[in-house]
Design a protein around this ligand. Structure first.
Ligand SMILES: Nc1ncnc2c1ncn2[C@@H]1O[C@H](COP(=O)(O)OP(=O)(O)OP(=O)(O)O)[C@@H](O)[C@H]1O
Ligand SMILES: [Mg+2]
Length: 349
C-alpha cells in the first residue's frame, strides 16, 4: 500500500514545482510583452543556441475574438485554454490538464491562427518546429535534435507547434514512404511521450488520413477547423461592413451565398481587395461600388483546379453579385408563384 506521507510529500513537491513554473511564466510574460511592441527590438526572451535553429519563435498578436469561428470550435478552444490555465487546480486533485491538441481541416481556415491565439491567451511563446532543421540524413542526429528540443520545452513552458504535421507524421504503413521517415516519426513519438503537461503541443494538418494511428492516439484533443458555414460568413460580413462604416450594397445573406465554399483566407483576401480599391479610388468610389467591382473581378479570377492541377477561370461557378441578384430574383418569382397557387387552391375550395 502506498505510504500516505510519501504521497503527501509528492503533492507538496508538485505544488512547489507548479508555483516555480507559474512564477517563471509570469516573469516571462513581463519580459516578452515589451518585445512584442516593436518588430525590430531584439527578443528579451531569446532562445538559446542549439534550440533557436530548430524552431521559429512566432510572434503571437492574434486573440480569440479576432477570429470568426463556429460556436462548437470556439467552445472547444476556450475549454482547452481554460483547462490549461487552471492546471494547478487540477493538479491539486492529482489530475493533469490535457495539453496535446490536433487541428484538422482544409487550408486557410485558421489552424495556424488558432495556434497563435492559444499561445497568446496562455502567455506562452509559440515555437514552430522547423522540419528542415530537425530532420537529418542520420537518424541518430534527428533523434538527438528532437530530444534537445523536448528537453528545452519540458523546462521552459511553451507551445510547441508542428504545422503541416502530415509532412513528418505520415502513415508509417505507407509503402511510398522510406523507412527513414518512419523511423523519424517513431523517434518523435518517443520524445513527445516524455513531455510533461507544463507545455502544450499543437499539430496542424490538412491530411488527417495520412496520419499514423499512433500519432493520432497521442492527441488528447482533436478539433476540426472546417470551411466557414453560413453563420460564420454572415458574422464576417457584419464585421466587414462595420469596418467600412457604410453599407456594402449587399446584405449578409447575399454575401454568405456568394462566398459559400470559400476558405477564410480567400474571404480575407476579398475584403482586403475591397479596401485596396477604396483607398486607391481616393474617395471616388462608395464602399458599395467597390464591393460590386471586386465581386465582378472575383468571378473572373483564376483558381487552381485541385483535381487535375490545371488553372481554370471560374466563370460559371464563381460567386458574383449578379449570381446573388439572380438567385434573389428567382426566389421572389418562386414565392409569387407559390402565393398564386395557394390563392388558386383556396379559390377552388
Ligand atoms: N476563422 C478565421 N477568422 C478570421 N480570419 C481567419 C480565419 N481563418 C483564417 N483566417 C485568416 O486567413 C489566413 C490564413 O489562416 P491560417 O494560416 O490560420 O490558416 P491554416 O488553416 O493554417 O491554413 P494552411 O492549412 O494553409 O496552413 C490568415 O491571414 C487568417 O487571418
Ligand atoms: Mg497553417
Amino acid at each position: 500500500m502506498a505510504n500516505p506521507n510519501i504521497r503527501g510529500d509528492r503533492q507538496a513537491l508538485q505544488r512547489t514545482m507548479d508555483a516555480i513554473l507559474e512564477a517563471s511564466r509570469a516573469s516571462k510574460r513581463e519580459t516578452t510583452q515589451p518585445a512584442q511592441t516593436s518588430l525590430f527590438a531584439p527578443s528579451a526572451n531569446a532562445l538559446p543556441n542549439g534550440i533557436s535553429e530548430l524552431v521559429f519563435d512566432v510572434p503571437t498578436n492574434k486573440r480569440l475574438s479576432d477570429l470568426v469561428l463556429s460556436e462548437h470550435l470556439k467552445d472547444s478552444v476556450e475549454e482547452f485554454i481554460y483547462e490549461f490555465s487552471h492546471a494547478s487546480l487540477l493538479r491539486e486533485h492529482s489530475v493533469e490538464p490535457r495539453h496535446t491538441l490536433l487541428l484538422i481541416g482544409p487550408p486557410g481556415n485558421g489552424k495556424t491562427s488558432l495556434a497563435e491565439v492559444i499561445a497568446a491567451e496562455l502567455s506562452l511563446p509559440l515555437l514552430s518546429v522547423r522540419y528542415d532543421a530537425i530532420v537529418d540524413s542520420f537518424l541518430g542526429e534527428t533523434a538527438n535534435r528532437f530530444r534537445r528540443l523536448i528537453d528545452y520545452v519540458a523546462t521552459n513552458p511553451s507551445v510547441l507547434f508542428f504545422d503541416e504535421f502530415d509532412a513528418v507524421g505520415k502513415d508509417r504503413g505507407d509503402s511510398q514512404e522510406t523507412g527513414e521517415i518512419k523511423r523519424v516519426v517513431s523517434s518523435l513519438l518517443v520524445q513527445l511521450d516524455r513531455l510533461p503537461s507544463h507545455s502544450v503541443v499543437i499539430c496542424a494538418t490538412n491530411h488527417p488520413e495520412l496520419l499514423d494511428k499512433a500519432v493520432w492516439r497521442r492527441f488528447e484533443v482533436r478539433v476540426e477547423v472546417p470551411l466557414p458555414g453560413p453563420s460564420e460568413l454572415k458574422e464576417w460580413f457584419h464585421r466587414f461592413e462595420r469596418s467600412l462604416g457604410a453599407s456594402a450594397g449587399i446584405d449578409a445573406q447575399e454575401f454568405a451565398d456568394c462566398m459559400a465554399g470559400e476558405s477564410m483566407s480567400e474571404i480575407e483576401a476579398f475584403t482586403l481587395d475591397v479596401r485596396r480599391k477604396l483607398i486607391l479610388s481616393r474617395g471616388k468610389l462608395t464602399p458599395a461600388r467597390a464591393v460590386q467591382e471586386i465581386l465582378g473581378r472575383w468571378q473572373r479570377r483564376l483558381r487552381k483546379n485541385l483535381q487535375n492541377g490545371d488553372y481554370v477561370a471560374e466563370l460559371s461557378s464563381g460567386p458574383t453579385a449578379e449570381r446573388a441578384a439572380e438567385r434573389k430574383a428567382n426566389k421572389r418569382t418562386a414565392s409569387k408563384r407559390n402565393l398564386r397557387s395557394e390563392k388558386n387552391a383556396a379559390g377552388a375550395e
